[in-house]
Design a binder for this molecule. Structure first.
Ligand code: NAD
Length: 481
């Protein structure tokens, strides 16, 4: 099978290519050039996709789990076959640099292969003379997947692999800003999966809203902003859809005074700026103990000046542009606010002239705790460095957020760091490392960073209902109370 990744983008509905009357342009954020146009699905086309998924569901859910495991693993094999095309297209449409594309596509393959090893077997929870109580996990039906633009392939796989493995069928919608890799994923899987098992539709935010209110979709698995998450929760209430929401974050990194400053500076830099800080779990507020604040600030500035920001397709680029104009404008506004509020920039802050949505690496010196750069999720390379003296105070400040996605603590004293970690109101806390994800480690946000879990058996079970079967083997037997 030969697929041209760089032209002709079609949706996948019922195992076949589908175009649409209207289209949306895809833009390379490094050059602002239109690189492709993609179908803008109509409501009827969404209905067709959902109907196809519904038709495919009985046979798919009835297949032995081993067969579904093999097919989920085969998705990984197929991505691996086209890995280089995916990486090049991902760099073009998302803007990320080569290393980021390697991480995302490599991770997508690993996720398929590892999730394919998981299964949720029935559990006998009670067994007594002539009576047995069994709890089994049954699929839900048609699942809607809605993904954002920062990791379009990996975050789609985080949904596709467990949803299909559990026996559901799916309609998947990528962000209108990054539809290309996802549409090609649908295309290369047409001869891997039975028709209708995975439908990929593209369109704007309206298409997402039609999905969340669709009566034949039983669950929405969503990754994106908290604002959209709230809308989804509301609209999913129509037929009491199950929801998994992976939302925004404003993660704190807490750096204790005993760290090796030079060594930790580099780690903290990437903790904050990987994927140009368009990362839900980027360290977005850096709390540094007063004793090392000046030294660490300087080490961060020194390291940051060695990092190359540019077009991800060029060799030597470490970080790419902001993915889209909407986010670029948000960051410009945030920087203008920081300037007009008199905040001190240790580095960056000025948007360069020229093409591309480039925002320089920006470090802000100890801004007030209620300034916008501290309170808001920047979702771009603008990082506030904040001084602290006292552990209780820094924990209070770290937790003083509507978000609760993740956080990190950095110290040679692991016991002290762990005590801090236990008091953080976040779904994940890393100590002396960051951003270690695995298909077998549960991930999810506290507070307004989300509802539910992705990955691990907890994540898999979110694509199922529990069914309890109580069996008495003889009708006229007296069952002990
Ligand atoms: P977004 O909420 O704007 O869009 C995400 C998706 O939702 C897109 O596909 C979009 O078309 C769709 N959408 C928009 N309005 C909708 C509606 N009313 N109903 C249904 N769907 C709708 O988010 P984004 O800007 O693409 O992504 C950035 C956000 O995602 C950040 O806040 C980031 O922290 C978060 N994020 C979270 C995680 C996580 O795992 N927690 C991972 C990555 C990104």
């Amino acid at each position: 099978m030969t697929v041209d990744f760089f032209s002709h983008y079609t949706m996948t509905i019922d195992g076949k290519a589908a175009d649409a009357d209207k289209s949306i342009d895809a833009i390379n954020p490094a050059t602002e050039e239109v690189i492709a146009s993609v179908p803008d699905a109509s409501r009827d086309q969404l209905d067709s996709a959902v109907a196809a998924a519904k038709r495919a569901y009985p046979a798919w859910s009835a297949r032995p789990v081993e067969e579904r495991q093999a097919l989920v693993s085969a998705i990984g094999d197929r991505i691996a076959e086209y890995a280089e095309d995916f990486k090049r297209l991902l760099i073009r449409e998302q803007g990320k640099a080569r290393a980021g594309a390697e991480w995302e596509i490599g991770g997508s393959i690993i996720w398929c292969h590892e999730i394919a090893k998981q299964r949720l077997d029935p559990e006998i929870v009670e067994q007594s003379d002539g009576r047995q109580v069994e709890v089994r996990k049954t699929p839900l039906g048609v699942v809607g997947g809605i993904t954002p633009w920062n990791f379009p392939v990996l975050l789609a796989i985080w949904k596709i692999a467990p949803a299909l493995l559990a026996g559901n069928t799916m309609v998947l919608k990528p962000s209108p800003y990054t539809p290309l890799c996802t549409l090609k994923l649908g295309e290369i899987l047409r001869d891997v999966l039975p028709a209708g098992v995975l439908n990929v539709v593209s369109g704007g935010n309206d298409l997402g809203a039609w999905m969340t209110s669709h009566p034949d979709i039983r669950k929405i698995s969503f990754t994106g902003s908290t604002v959209t998450g709230r809308k989804i929760m509301e609209s999913a209430s129509g037929n009491l859809k199950r929801i998994t929401l992976e939302l925004g974050g404003n993660d704190a990194a807490i750096v204790l005074p005993d760290v090796d400053v030079e060594a930790v500076a580099k780690e903290l830099f990437w903790a904050s700026f990987q994927n140009s800080a368009q990362f839900c779990v980027a360290a977005k507020r850096l709390y540094v103990h007063r004793d090392i604040y000046d030294q660490l600030s300087k080490a961060l500035v020194d390291y940051a000046t060695t990092v190359v920001v540019g077009d991800g397709s060029q060799q030597g680029t470490d970080l790419g542009p902001i993915q889209n104009k909407m986010q670029f404008e948000k960051l410009k506004d945030l920087l203008a606010d920081a300037r007009s509020s008199g905040l001190r920039f240790l580095l960056g802050g000025d948007i360069p002239d020229g093409k591309g949505y480039f925002v320089p690496i920006t470090l802000i010196d100890n801004p007030p705790e209620d300034s916008r750069v501290v309170v808001e999720e920047a979702f771009g390379p603008v990082l506030p460095l904040l001084k602290f003296d006292d552990v209780d105070d820094v924990i209070r400040r770290a937790n003083d957020s509507e978000y609760g996605l993740a956080g990190s603590v950095w110290s040679k004293d692991v016991a002290a760091a762990r005590k801090i970690a236990e008091r953080m109101e976040t779904g994940t806390v890393w100590i002396n490392e960051i951003h270690s994800f695995s298909p077998h480690i549960a991930f999810g946000g506290h507070k307004q960073s989300g509802i539910g879990i992705e990955n691990a058996l907890d994540g898999l079970s979110e694509y199922t209902n529990s069914q309890t079967i109580v069996v008495r083997d003889e009708l006229n037997r007296t069952v002990p109370a």
